[in-house]
Ligand binder design. Structure first.
Ligand code: HEM
Length: 496
């Protein structure tokens, strides 16, 4: 009871201050009328991306909400997104940091949350772009061989499920992505596809991470109560971070011991990170920075990519004519060869259209990652004050009737005629964001997603288990840090 009183008093004071601040800035974009104290929190509902898309239909593509005590502006059209992410990129490139991300001081070391003015952020982005995600690295013989091995392991695992056992598509895709990433970083698998032992534990930690960050947190709506951590989410995330750090520390310590013992370098990303020296002061990355970077890479890279594969397979099982078309294209391009090569992807235009269509309908991060106005900015005749939280509803943009005909339908064909890409230049399709904060992992993610979907289609005939077939695939969404399927996709795979 005492905590509730404190929360109420502190929030009221905060709100009064906000009220006067808002009064001073009357030129905010329009939006629904806020309730006292809670503002528009009730408008969010269980599926905020859908609720805010509906509200934008009434109030416009640039809309203000008061979420608790926090003024939030939501962009819901391609042009409004361009305003924030391109025209005013510098003013909106900082993040609004969720309170849970402050656990273990993660936000002070993390590429995902540091402001772009930070030297550490720049160093981390630079080293990742040059040494992990550059075309030279990704298309080099080593990384290509890694992807081929991991996809082979995926195919042989699914082959072993032939017959009665259903394939949990999201789970096998997750393990494949996780191992691919961990081999690129540590030259070691962190999981095994049979789901035994430590692999499941690591997956559980990542799942716990995404679910803890995805829970709506009172502290993010009423920053004044954040020190009390009323939902204990910061504490929960601190436990997750510690478990992840223990895994990463073990890898780093082993590598340092091997180096000290004179073992040859592995030439993976961990070697690069340990050898890194700042051009400014000659110093390397400290342990906390390494832990946060690895936490970011593994948490941002796995569920997003695996979720995309799962949505793609769900859409294809729901739309058998698209599945048949994709398989026909695969046989045309691959012909009588037994194995699909990564170089085939460039010719698989329909497969590429499928992936775009999946990103349009199911962007893994429906609001990107939250941004924050670093300076008061005039935009479309409105004023967005410094400190405003900014969300870009890319889910709503993907279903905008002015941009897409029959937007609710899964129609990859639309991309056969339309020259629209998802790499951050076309604002109608922004699954990876845009501007200086665009997802750095995009080049790796796109290679993995195309390759996994193509291999699953090329090597297997897919159908739904009888009990699922009766009702069709459940396409319900689970909103969280990642927009996933509410019911994990289970399917039967018959090797061809
Ligand atoms: C940031 C999407 C895969 C690492 C982001 C953002 C989005 C996103 C929307 C925020 C962009 C913005 O604010 O404009 C995706 C999708 C993926 C994916 C849809 C897969 C389908 C990956 C992979 C990695 C990765 C494979 C690394 C292994 C990151 C990091 C950030 C980020 C570190 C934060 C960057 C920063 O704030 O400077 N991603 N991502 N992502 N992503 Fe990805």
């Amino acid at each position: 009871l005492y905590t509730t009183y404190v929360i109420l008093i502190v929030s009221s004071l905060y709100l009064l201050r906000r009220h006067f601040a808002a009064a001073a800035c009357r030129n905010l974009p329009p939006g629904p009328r806020p309730w006292p104290l809670i503002g528009n929190l009730l408008d969010l509902g269980a599926q905020p991306h859908r609720s805010l898309a509906r509200l934008a239909g009434r109030h416009g593509p640039l809309m203000t909400l008061r979420l608790g005590a926090v003024t939030t502006v939501v962009a819901s059209s391609a042009e409004a997104a361009r305003d924030f992410l391109q025209r005013h990129d510098a003013a909106f490139s900082a993040r609004s940091v969720p309170d849970a991300a402050r656990a273990c001081a993660h936000d002070s070391f993390s590429m995902g949350w540091l402001p772009p003015s930070s030297l550490r952020w720049r160093a981390l982005r630079k080293v990742c772009s040059a040494e992990l995600f550059s075309p030279a690295r990704l298309d080099g013989a080593h990384q290509r061989a890694l992807r081929r091995d991991k996809v082979r392991q995926l195919v042989s695992h699914v082959t072993r499920q032939e017959g009665a056992r259903v394939v949990d598509v999201g789970r096998v895709a997750f393990t494949t992505v996780l191992n691919l990433l961990s081999c690129a970083v540590f030259s070691a698998d962190l999981a095994d596809l049979d789901g035994s032992g430590s692999s499941e534990q690591f997956r559980d930690v990542i799942t716990e991470f995404t679910s803890a960050v995805g829970v709506p947190n009172l502290s993010d709506f009423f920053p004044a109560v954040a020190p009390l951590d009323p939902q204990r989410l910061r504490k929960r995330l601190a436990r997750v971070f510690r478990r992840l750090h223990a895994v990463f520390d073990a890898q780093i310590d082993r590598r340092v011991r091997e180096r000290d013992a004179g073992e040859p370098p592995k030439n993976d990303f961990l070697d690069v990170l340990l050898a890194y020296r700042s051009p400014d002061d000659g110093r390397g990355f400290d342990r906390q920075t390494l832990r946060s970077l690895l936490t970011d890479l593994f948490s941002a890279g796995t569920d997003t990519s695996a979720g995309t594969v799962e949505w793609a397979m769900a859409e294809l099982l729901k739309n058998p004519s698209s599945m048949a078309k994709a398989r026909q294209e695969l046989s045309q391009v691959i012909g009588s060869r037994s194995e699909l090569e990564e170089s085939d992807i460039a010719q698989l235009k329909y497969l590429q259209a499928i992936v775009k269509e999946v990103f349009r309908l199911h962007p893994p991060a429906p609001f990107l990652l939250p941004r924050q106005a670093a300076a008061t900015t005039e935009l479309r005749g409105y004023t967005v004050p410094k400190g405003t939280r900014v969300l870009v509803n890319v889910w709503a943009i993907g279903r905008d009737r002015e941009l897409w005909s029959e937007p609710e339908e899964f129609m990859p064909e639309r991309f056969m005629e339309k020259e629209v890409d998802f790499r951050g230049r076309d604002f109608e399709l922004l699954p990876f964001g845009s501007g200086r904060r665009i997802c750095p992992g995009m080049p790796l993610a796109t290679r993995m997603v195309h390759l996994m979907v193509a291999s699953l289609l090329w090597r297997f005939e897919w159908r739904l288990p009888r009990e699922v077939e009766a009702n069709g695939v459940d396409m319900g969404e689970k909103f969280g840090m990642i927009l996933g399927l509410a019911t994990p996709l289970q399917a039967l795979a018959q090797p061809i």
